[in-house]
Design a protein around this ligand. Sequence first.
Ligand code: NAP
Length: 265
Amino acid sequence: MLTGVLGHPVAHSRSPAIQNAAFRAAGLDWRYVKLPVAPELFGETVRALPASGYRGANVTIPHKLAALELSDTASEAARAIGAANTLTFDDEGGIAADNTDAGGLLDALVQPVDGLRAVVLGAGGAARAAVWALVQEGAGTVTIWNRTRERGEAVARELGAASAKRPPACDLLVNATSVGLEPGTSESEALAALALEGSDPPAIVVDLVYRADGATTPVAAWGARGGAAVVDGLEILVRQGARSFSLWTGLEAPVEAMRAAARDA
Ligand code: NAP
């Protein structure tokens, strides 16, 4: 069977290395390929995939909303978050949409979040998935901070979270902005951009950002230096990929093999 990642661009994606390692570890003769596709061709490309031997696909920027809209069925997570990152095709060509970014975040945390004071930085697609996951999972409080305050307030209202002018004290902080993605962003620049200058990190820091060159991101470095348990963007990528693998194959994902491939890629 075939699977792949639909994006524009997708050249940088580590998902082929991660998923192909998973198929090998599971003893499956499956392949995962890069599917670069421009927005205007997204719909017709996806509809052609089931008859071309594809079982499913991941979806990345800028197609996550379009993927949800063209699906025949969608999970509660995909509908509430308003974006799909995983499509699964049935034998009749039906398209099911899911969002594994939310569950992937919870899997990466390993420990339960119930009762924790959580702060999510950002109000884009990644932040929406994180907020929805933490609210669903019973975090004590979930507060959004976003550079553009009205955007953060709107997401908070929609998903049942709070919003704040500055990130409040918390137990768990999730960076779901793109701050730190650019090589050369210093820790102090990143902390200033996120209204965190002068703050100590909380017990758990999650940075969804990962760098193409594998370098440590400023927010992860800040967390590690302050003694936080740090979950980095590659671990989140592996965990959302593990959930996609299970949706397509019906098997438990070989997470260790996927993690090793992500770090080597
Ligand atoms: P997005 O929809 O474009 O949202 C970007 C967010 O970052 C917005 O909240 C934006 O604030 C904020 N932002 C951008 N530049 C900023 C700056 N200089 N200072 C402060 N805030 C800034 O992006 P997304 O899809 O949510 O993705 C966010 C990040 O998560 C990306 O780096 C992406 O690679 C990463 N991600 C990782 C995974 C994973 O598996 N590890 C999965 C999904 C996403 P405004 O609203 O003010 O513009």
